[in-house]
Write a new protein. Structure first.
Length: 376
């Protein structure tokens, strides 16, 4: 079968640092690049450039830092303002390393919720577009209306591949074409049926486009990708089209519930639906149903969330692991907490249990005991 040639046309554009008309700038830049759109093209657009056009630029000195952000900043050696922004923007926080938090935001796993301080004036940061998929669809509709073509649009970003140095391209949002090519059931070179392979067409296009768009001072927020043989569609696309459930994600699952204890094979997990509410739990049955998705199959809290409500539920769940009428040493408290969470921060959980009134302690912190706090 004859394959088409893939072409990538860079479209440089003026640097921006405040809200502007992305559509007008795109067509001005397209003319300056002596380029045009054809049917079947994919327009790759920097998600950062899109966010700036939407006014998603924040002055760092305008951010009010809360106590939770200060604790995160201390633990992960971060700027407290950045920690606060991550708390505000992230859909979920897994953990981190000095200077960075690993988060989920808008369907992708990225450091610091995608917040970017590069290529923007000092003292400012750029957030993700408010609603990336809506932005991509809106841009596509405007470009098609002005050019009488049928095209696809991708908002591009860069990310770190686990275990590898360097960034590569990833699609933050897609509109106008099928983002995945499902190869399952099709034969490979030797006639063996493929079992799990689904190619991320949209991410592959972004990786190619970023070869000309760059990451530093190239000032090329647009690229036209031609010949990608996409399957055009006017069907609404959102992040659910490309997200993988966490329990199927080899990285998330392997580094949380799938960890091997002490180098030995993990025991076979019991089904999640066998977990039951502890007798001494302060949770109501309705709250217990909210907590269950936060737990792995062994009943361990997977991560400290960016959402205060979810953290409160998780802490109340952990309170149920302590019996009334018994005194615990700090070491015993830590051992119980370590057995029931996966993000390796018993000190945070111990302190929160005390601050929320589930545990009391002696002034020197040597002994702890359960108290009858309730969820508010």
């Amino acid at each position: 079968m004859k394959r088409t040639t893939l072409s990538i046309i860079p479209v440089p554009a003026p640097v921006q640092s405040a809200a502007f008309s992305l559509i007008d700038v795109f067509f001005e830049s397209l003319t300056a690049a002596d380029a045009a759109l054809h049917d079947g093209d994919v327009v790759a657009i920097s998600s950062k450039y899109t966010a700036i056009s939407e006014g998603r630029v924040v002055a760092l000195d305008s951010i009010r830092v809360g106590d939770e952000a200060r604790r995160l900043a201390e633990r992960y050696q971060m700027n407290p303002v950045m920690a606060q922004l991550v708390l505000q923007e992230a859909d979920h926080i897994f953990g981190g390393i000095p200077g960075f938090l690993l988060t989920q935001k808008d369907g992708i796993i990225a450091p610091n919720a995608g917040i970017d301080r590069s290529n923007i004036p000092h003292g400012y940061a750029v957030l993700f577009p408010q609603q990336p998929y809506q932005s991509a669809a809106r841009i596509r509709a405007a470009l098609q209306a002005r050019t009488n073509t049928r095209i696809g649009v991708i908002l591009t970003d860069s990310w770190l591949m686990p275990g590898r140095l360097g960034t590569t391209g990833v699609a933050l949002a897609t509109s106008g074409f099928q983002p995945l090519a499902d190869e399952r059931g099709k034969p490979d070179l030797f006639g063996n049926p493929l079992v799990v392979t689904r190619r991320s067409i949209t991410d592959q296009i972004v990786a190619a486009a970023e070869l000309v768009m760059g990451e530093r001072d190239e000032a090329t927020p647009f690229a036209i990708v031609r010949g990608a043989e996409i399957v055009l569609t006017d069907t609404w696309i959102d992040q659910t089209a490309v997200m993988i459930p966490w329990h199927e994600d080899i990285y998330v699952q392997s580094l949380t519930g799938g960890l091997l204890p002490d180098g030995f094979l993990a025991p076979r997990s019991k089904p999640a639906d066998t977990l039951t509410l502890d007798d001494d739990s302060p949770l109501t049955p309705a709250e217990w149903e909210e907590v269950r998705p936060l737990l792995d199959a062994e009943g361990r809290v997977r991560a400290w969330s960016a959402k205060a409500r979810l953290n409160d539920l998780a802490v109340a769940y952990l309170a149920g692991k302590f019996s009334f009428g018994r005194t615990y040493t700090e070491k015993e408290v830590n051992a119980i907490l370590n057995a029931h969470h996966l993000f390796n921060d018993p000190a945070l959980l111990r302190r929160t249990l005390y601050e929320q009134g589930y545990l009391n302690r002696t002034p020197n912190g040597a002994e702890y005991w359960r108290t009858r706090a309730i969820m508010l």
